[in-house]
Ligand binder design. Structure first.
Ligand code: ATP
Length: 754
């Protein structure tokens, strides 16, 4: 190699070394920068935590680990910056200080909704240029709304500051936000007027504030409920017309040459006419106008006074009904709470689910509203929905109807029922109380109810339940009822029937709706009306007279359930076919010594069970004695059932409480893999399921209904519990997406495939 050649090679090596050094340097620089950024973010978050009350310490954020692994914190894919803080419903108290979340340069999502945060919003949120979604609803935040704008936060798409204590006006800078889709400011004390344009907004609510002025025409497509509760607001969609617009005659008002009405007095406005009229005529007209106005206001005041004096209570009730019809509460102020003596102390808990057993960690009210929902059925006290929560459990939400129960009564009831834990009771997860809406949230049991199991048939027309399964269910339900009766509060169930006995793996059974009937019963002004709504065939005869639900009336109902297990007939069926209720029919057949005639034909194929069937029949007949005193206690009933078969056969060896259903699919999968899989296969499809049950109970068949708050297009059997609640997931806002749900029919189909 020549000298020159060697020199070139050396030069090349030098270049290569310099290039690689540069790459390494840049890499190190960026790594260090990334680490430094993340470190700064971590510091800001710890500062935020410092501004909160001590209970927030259980978030266990510590700078010994990367903030990207802290609970409720999300980072960029490169793990170099914090992009989201999601701590909804964590019971956080305190203020969000300047220099904390507002100094996270790449923050996109701030979700601290449903906490107890107070103080003003930090202005440095205006430095978060990537901010897309702000969920701070349901706190106690004061002060004014930061002037988010195109220059400070160009990406902002969702602002939910509803249910706080914000004041000041709505910043006009919000008009400049190009991506703003959702603006929820309801239930604050915001004043002033609404900015005339708000970009391409698709969900909007400013109800229950102190706003005034005309509703801008760009927002008139939103419904009345988006604006109601602002005394000073006027114009469509509200029924209160704006004073200036009413005086403007319709034809000239559209003429752009006419000056804007608000800036001119009527006399100027009618200047043409004025020139032609004499002064005395004008004076007369003015006097007549004033007199007319005076007369109208006097009439109005008189009418209002009369109405208030005569029917105050009725008025309140009507108010409640009106908002109830609107569906899920989306901003209605719960004004009557304070009247019940639940004033400011309860204020922070409004619009929050109250959880039992620490369940609040899993989901909150908004998740529920967002969940896709399927009507499971309509019962005596309301409609039940299966709600599949995004990344959360599948739950059943019972929306109580006409529940004129005071908050106090309701909460007392919940304190008792919500804290009951037994393997044979459907676990209650949470409840929600407001004047308009009362919700109960239970764990979802995918195997359906005893009603479906008794009356459903498989493809070859055979009954779903064999004899051993029926005995197991009887024992399990008796165990659940015994727990209720023997609890310290000596509960009465009040509505024992097969649709309130839900099946679990291995034909274990859980009782649902415990204590609901007595709650309604006690609160009802008209007990007879409630009694009539309840399914008659299971109600003890004395209840109609005494109007009291007792443990002995529960035993009677349980006896009817046992008879239904034995005969395969529902009370409504014997009433229709034999003209008498189920206990009377069984008693008459037994009296005539045709005992074997009463048993379900589907059971005849099982050998050596007649003796056991007769034993269970005797127990059932004791339970349905017409005299309450002659009925055994539920503990005795359970003992007698246990005497029929040994513990193992009755599935009594399993002591663990039932597990939480975190999502429908793995649970349903494990059920399909279980020995009870055969049952899953012969489940009737959902629609049929409801009909079978309602026919069995003798109630009118409930067809699919539109879900509260769900758009009619959201489908008949599925939808959301509320359509307008924004999501704070990283997915795009307002997709209107209804996630697919697995119907019971689909479940059964896939079970077949398995
Ligand atoms: N936790 C649950 N898991 C699965 N299904 C449920 C659950 N709770 C209720 N269901 C089913 O939903 C349907 C409707 O129940 P709901 O309790 O609203 O009415 P009901 O039991 O028919 O009457 P009632 O209101 O008088 O108790 C029933 O088929 C019931 O078995």
């Amino acid at each position: 190699m020549s000298f020159r050649g060697r020199g070139d090679a050396a030069m090349q090596r030098c270049r290569l070394i310099s290039a690689s050094k540069f790459v390494i340097f840049m890499f190190a620089f960026f790594c260090e920068k990334g680490t430094a950024d993340l470190h700064a973010d971590g510091e800001a978050l710890l500062q935020f935590l410092n501004g909160l009350d001590a209970t927030a310490r259980n978030l266990s954020w510590s700078n010994s680990t990367s903030p990207c692994y802290w609970h409720g914190v999300e980072c960029t894919p490169q793990l170099d910056n914090v992009v989201a803080i999601k701590l909804p419903g964590r019971g956080l108290y305190g203020t969000i200080k300047e220099g904390t979340v507002g100094s996270l340069p790449r923050l996109q999502i701030l979700s601290l909704r449903l906490n107890h945060l107070s103080g003003p919003l930090p202005r440095d949120l205006l430095n978060c240029t990537g901010l897309r979604k702000v969920f701070l609803q349901g706190n106690d935040i004061v002060g004014s709304i930061p002037p988010f704008s195109m220059t400070s936060n160009p990406e902002l798409a969702v602002i939910d500051l509803s249910f706080n204590k914000l004041s000041g006006s709505i910043p006009s800078s919000l008009s400049s936000l190009p991506h703003l889709k959702i603006l929820f400011l309801q239930n604050n004390t915001i004043s002033g007027s609404i900015p005339s344009s708000l970009g391409s907004i698709s969900q909007f609510n400013v109800s229950n504030n102190n706003l005034n002025g005309t509703i801008p025409s760009s927002l008139r497509s939103f419904s009345n409920s988006s604006f109601s509760g602002n005394v000073g607001l006027c114009g469509p969609p509200l029924s209160s017309a704006c004073p200036n617009t009413t005086t403007v005659p319709s034809s000239p008002s559209s003429n752009p040459s006419i000056p804007p009405p608000g800036r001119h007095t009527p006399s100027v406005y009618h200047s043409q006419a004025k020139r032609q009229l004499s002064t005395s005529v004008i004076v007369l007209i003015v006097i007549a106008d004033v007199a007319f106005l005076f007369l109208m206001s006097a009439c109005c005041m008189f009418w209002i006074q009369r109405r208030n004096a005569a029917i105050p209570e009725q008025g309140k009730e009507k108010e409640g009904k009106v908002s109830k019809e609107k569906g899920f509460p989306k901003g209605a102020r719960d004004t009557d709470d304070s009247k019940e003596g639940y004033g400011s102390a309860q204020e922070p808990d409004r619009n929050k689910l109250v959880f039992f057993h620490g369940g609040y960690l899993t989901f909150d009210l908004e998740d529920l509203l967002r969940a896709s929902a399927e009507v499971l059925g309509k019962g005596t006290f309301g409609t039940s929905y299966k709600a599949v929560l995004e990344d959360g459990p599948t739950v059943v939400v019972k929306r109580l109807k006409e529940a004129s129960v005071s908050r106090k009564e309701f909460e007392q009831h919940m304190d008792v029922s919500g804290n009951m834990r037994h393997r044979n009771l459907v676990p209650m997860r949470a409840y929600y109380y407001s004047k308009e809406e009362k919700l109960l949230v239970h764990e979802y049991l995918p195997l359906g109810s005893l009603s479906t199991a008794i009356h459903g048939r498989n493809e070859s027309g055979e009954a779903a339940l064999d004899w051993q399964s029926r005995l197991r269910i009887a024992a399990a339900a008796a165990r659940g009822l015994e727990y209720l009766h023997n609890s310290s509060s000596k509960c009465v169930h009040g509505d024992i029937k097969p649709s309130n006995i839900l099946l679990h793996r291995d034909f274990d059974a859980c009782i649902s709706d415990y204590g609901l009937a007595p709650l309604f019963w006690a609160a009802a002004n008209n007990v007879a009306a409630i009694a009539n709504r309840m399914v008659v065939g299971y109600r003890a005869p004395e209840v109609a007279k005494t109007r009291k639900l007792t443990q002995k009336s529960d035993v009677y109902s349980f006896g009817v359930v046992l008879l239904e297990l034995l005969t395969g007939k529902a009370p409504a069926q014997t009433s229709a076919e034999q003209g008498m209720d189920l206990p009377k029919w069984v008693q008459s057949v037994v009296r005539e010594e045709w005992t074997s005639e009463v048993f379900d034909r589907a059971l005849t194929k099982f050998n050596n069970i007649e003796e056991e069937m007769v034993q269970l029949l005797q127990i059932s007949l004791a339970c349905v004695s017409s005299s309450p005193d002659q009925r055994p206690d539920i503990s005795e009933v359970l003992k007698m059932i246990r005497d029929i078969r040994n513990e193992n056969d009755l599935n009594e060896d399993v002591r663990s409480p039932i597990t939480t259903t975190h999502s429908s699919s793995p649970q349903e999968q494990s059920l399909r893999d279980s020995p009870a899989a055969a049952y899953t296969v012969i489940q009737v499809p959902a629609a049929q399921d409801m009909e079978v049950q309602q026919q069995a109970q003798g109630s009118p068949i409930v067809k699919d209904e539109e879900l509260p708050g769900a758009s009619p297009s959201a489908t008949t059997r599925e939808g959301r519990l509320a359509s307008s609640s924004p999501g704070d997931s990283t997915s795009e806002v307002n997709t209107g997406h209804v996630s697919p749900i697995t119907t019971v029919a689909e479940g059964a189909d896939s079970a077949k495939r398995n």
